[in-house]
Design a protein around this ligand. Structure first.
Ligand SMILES: NC(=O)c1ccc[n+]([C@@H]2O[C@H](COP(=O)([O-])OP(=O)(O)OC[C@H]3O[C@@H](n4cnc5c(N)ncnc54)[C@H](O)[C@@H]3O)[C@@H](O)[C@H]2O)c1
Ligand SMILES: [Zn+2]
Length: 368
């Protein structure tokens, strides 16, 4: 088992990575579950795949699980679900020192984490991430949020979990499309600051995606360690270090907004195309060698990830796509910081990018 410490001031915690953690949930929580009753939030798909295992794991150790099974999908990260979940937790008599369990992907983790953040001004929660994306990204770092009419993740809080148990066995039931989307976030760590890890992904990415457990454990643990280092340095995204994790995301969010945050384009799929765009734009500005940008495209092609904006066939022009970026949370005083690259493993924050130029670049990319 890999154990990665996340060293945030005041509330350090561990991320444990191994196959079989859900079945052995209680011993791995090491005394955090103090009461007989345990509140557990999940979605319908995860409950169908893992509900029985987790229910048994809790009951075998004398706990009584109380399940809240939400509809699967992004629309669950909303005010009404949040309110109903918080009321449900209050009705159960959850206290500040209790640990709520969040069993699922980023949707369940973000919603439950936010509910925990505001319940009695902050109670504890444990992340049990079941998607690759949640294991390598959303369950670690304490960003919690819901979506509102004005956009995605615009209301939320920084609230760190008390523990993260990433059960690699959960990935066995994950649909391949979701696995591929999560893989884009794995590769992101290589692109940001770890050329060796990028090369490892080129060698082992296909094995990871086809179920090789050693490759999975290495990739998840390595990704979490990378994120943990960044969080320890810049928990609240104030110095710019944490912002590097948004590589590909400014482009990606624009595509997600344009496609209405629908099943047409998953978050990780948008990030994959977004990273290709960030690489090509960096190359266009002369910062990154063109061959490095194309190395990324080649790898995506090899593992079966669609990395081309043209292939997405959006029904809009570059200007309309760039307009979505104006609503980005990171926009300050009229400028939008972009994460660009000087090479593979050399991402940096660029505050000098003109949106009109980005729009023109997007027009070119849309025709292939
Ligand atoms: N907090 C953060 O730092 C952060 C970072 C990245 C993304 N996010 C958020 O995460 C969300 C996306 O997360 P996601 O990609 O995990 O999506 P998700 O939670 O919607 O899960 C994807 C799908 O897979 C299903 N599923 C989950 N685990 C499964 C399993 N083991 N077996 C079978 N089916 C399973 C779910 O029911 C869902 O249909 C977005 O809302 C995004 O904003 C947050
Ligand atoms: Zn992401």
């Amino acid at each position: 088992m890999a154990v990665i410490p996340v060293d945030v001031a005041g509330h350090p915690y561990e991320v444990r990575v191994e196959a079989g953690l859900l079945a052995e949930l209680v011993p791995h929580c090491r005394g955090l579950l103090r009461k007989r009753e345990v509140a557990i939030v999940t979605d319908a798909n995860v409950h169908a795949a893992w509900g029985e295992v987790v229910d048994k794991a809790l009951r075998d150790h004398g706990h009584e699980p109380h399940w809240r099974i939400l509809p699967a999908g992004e629309q669950t990260k909303a005010w009404d679900t949040l309110a109903a979940t918080v009321d449900w937790l209050l009705d159960m008599g959850v206290e500040r020192g209790d640990h709520i369990l969040a069993l699922g992907g980023g949707v369940i983790g973000d919603l439950t984490g936010f509910a925990a953040a505001i319940l009695k001004r902050g109670c504890k929660f444990i992340q049990l991430p079941t998607t690759l994306l949640a294991q390598v990204d959303s369950s670690v770092g304490g960003k919690t949020a819901i979506n509102t009419r004005a956009g995605k993740n615009l209301v939320g809080a920084f609230h760190q979990p008390a523990l993260v148990l990433a059960d690699l066995a959960a990935l066995d039931t994950l649909p391949q499309r979701q696995l591929l989307a999560g893989y884009a976030e794995v590769l992101k760590y290589g692109l940001i600051g770890d050329a060796d890890f990028f090369a490892w992904c080129e060698e082992n990415g296909a094995a990871l995606l086809s179920g090789n457990s050693r490759a999975r454990e290495y990739a998840v643990a390595h990704s979490v360690s990378h994120k943990a280092r960044i969080i320890a340095e810049d928990e609240h995204e104030t110095t710019g270090t944490r912002a590097l994790l948004n590589l590909g995301h400014t482009f990606g969010h624009a595509m997600e907004a344009e496609t209405g945050y629908s099943d047409r384009l998953l978050h990780g799929e948008a990030v994959a195309i977004g990273m290709v765009l960030a690489a090509r734009y960096s190359a266009r500005l002369g910062f990154m060698p063109r061959v490095s940008a194309e190395r990324l495209t080649r790898h995506f092609e090899m593992v079966g990830i669609q990395g081309s904006l043209a292939a997405l066939a959006l029904d809009c022009d570059g200007k309309a796509l760039a307009a979505h970026m104006l609503h980005d949370k990171k926009m300050t005083a009229g400028t939008l910081p972009f994460i660009l690259m000087k090479g593979i493993g050399q991402a940096y924050l660029d505050k000098g990018i003109a949106l009109e130029d980005v729009a023109q670049f997007l027009d070119e990319q849309m025709v292939g």
